[in-house]
Design a protein around this ligand. Structure first.
Ligand code: THU
Length: 131
């Protein structure tokens, strides 16, 4: 299996762990970091809906807790035809990904589309100006 197949399988497996009794919409996210490590997260909802955390948020927490700071490649998998990351999660990717970071969007059968972070969040907000 390729590294991308592994990342897809990790996202698919963690999606099964999602706690989403309110939306019944299960999401999994898997990030690969530059050293080849893989971190995963699933959505965790709450009766007070805004308290819910997206799958990408869980994967970011796992990555940071392990001492890593860069997402090299990501897979997000959900029930929708095209489960693209929500706006808040695009900003999460911006914090830890370069503009050419590729985020693959998958359904249960495989990867459907791949986007660069710059495509997902053009003209993104950041505190440090790179130019
Ligand atoms: N969700 C994610 O986990 N990631 C996204 O990027 C899109 C939405 C979750 C949030 C909520 O638990 C459910 O999907 C339905 O919106």
């Amino acid at each position: 299996m390729s590294d991308l197949d592994d990342l897809f399988e990790a996202a698919k497996a963690v999606r099964e762990k999602a706690y989403a009794p309110y939306s019944n919409f299960l999401v999994g996210a898997a990030f690969r970091t530059p050293d080849g490590s893989v971190f995963t997260g699933c959505n965790v909802e709450n009766a007070s809906y805004p308290v819910s955390v997206c799958a990408e948020g869980g994967a970011v927490s796992a990555m940071i807790a392990a001492g890593q700071r860069e997402i090299a490649e990501a897979v997000v998998i959900g029930d929708a035809a095209l489960c693209t990351p929500c706006g808040i999660c695009r900003q999460r990717f911006k914090e830890f990904g370069k503009d050419d970071l590729v985020v693959h969007v998958a359904d249960l059968n495989g990867i459907k589309r791949s986007f660069t972070l710059d495509e997902l969040l053009p003209a993104a907000f950041e505190l440090e100006q790179k130019d």
